[in-house]
Design a protein around this ligand. Sequence first.
Ligand code: NAD
Ligand code: GLY
Length: 374
Amino acid sequence: MTQQTHTVTVHLGDRSYDILVGRGLISSLGNEMAARLDQGASSGRQALVVSSPEIAALYGAAVSQSLESAGFQVHSALIPAGEQSKSAESVAQLYQALYDMAADRRTVVVALGGGVIGDLAGFVAATYTRGLDFVQVPTTLLAQVDSSVGGKTGVNFGSAKNLIGAFHQPRLVVIDPDTLRTLPPRERRSGLAEVIKYGIIADKVFFHLLRREINGLLDLTSEHLASVLAHSCTLKARVVELDERDEGLRAILNFGHTVGHALEAVTSYRTYTHGEAIALGMVSAALIGEEVGITRPEDTTSLVTLLRAAGFTVRLDASHSLDEIVRLLAWDKKSVGGSARFVLMEQIGHATPAHPVPESVLRHALQRQTAFTL
Ligand code: NAD
Ligand code: GLY
């Protein structure tokens, strides 16, 4: 049964769209799409639902049924789960599926899955016949609060993440928190790192709500779950509206990601989930902020306390090579003149981008994090 629906509008002129958040919403997907894509004239319009076998087994039938009853002709394409599917080969597979179904400019691509499916399907939608309508139905917490919003799509190439990509805003995002019930607890926690990040960079009151609700958010019993998802989307949307093409302010969404990405890379993406790496990276950023006099130690303590309550590791594993991490940071696309640039927390609820941080400061902060006793 559909309960209260939260609507967040992303205001981007003629690329504006709604994000709907509500329990049971998956069963109204077709009607919500029809209302927005065609002013009701969805009859005969083709939809390609892109998913992975596991997610399709859970939610594919409900999605197809909902689309068919709203008049869409439904086709589906299955891509194996996992980051390795964000590849040129998967793009070609989906182009083939669109070609085989004789997709035309009215065809809509629906991504049903986590960030991997969303980024991949979005890129295919961005490029097939120079742009098809695209709808996101994210099923991981990370995808519901982050990757489905903002229009970044893309795939990996060689060893580089997201090297090939396009900005292509969805026409609609439909978030059904009930889908999180089948998500493994580790993946749920992982997505919460991004939620905590929003509190740090943009909203102190939200940060304090997260402190109170963290257990209920982890086990999905919190009555605030849907509103926390919706508010996370709102906070991201407000940033994207100001800097859609990632030319300045949008970098604040990368709080914790600079060291986080380096940790994912030095461990060959095998040790940490994205959120676990970002949690460690947020602590690194707080310690770096302390070193350069921007972050107050008591704010670092608040961040660490919440991350710990959510079950994240905050101490840096001493077996990681600091040399390797520092080398990766110097190569990071955000670095200038060899100094990596960091998003730093000025206080809980406010972060600023583009602080150049000398290597010696970085090393000292990371060293402190390996001996962390907070
Ligand atoms: P994911 O898509 O790999 O999903 C994680 C796992 O959960 C997969 O095995 C998936 O099959 C499974 N799963 C998904 N939904 C499920 C459900 N409801 N029940 C049970 N299992 C389910 O990982 P993710 O964390 O969602 O996304 C990571 C990707 O997102 C990365 O490629 C990253 O680069 C990208 N990303 C993109 C943006 C953006 O702005 N476009 C932002 C952040 C991350
Ligand atoms: N995940 C960062 C962004 O969308 O810009």
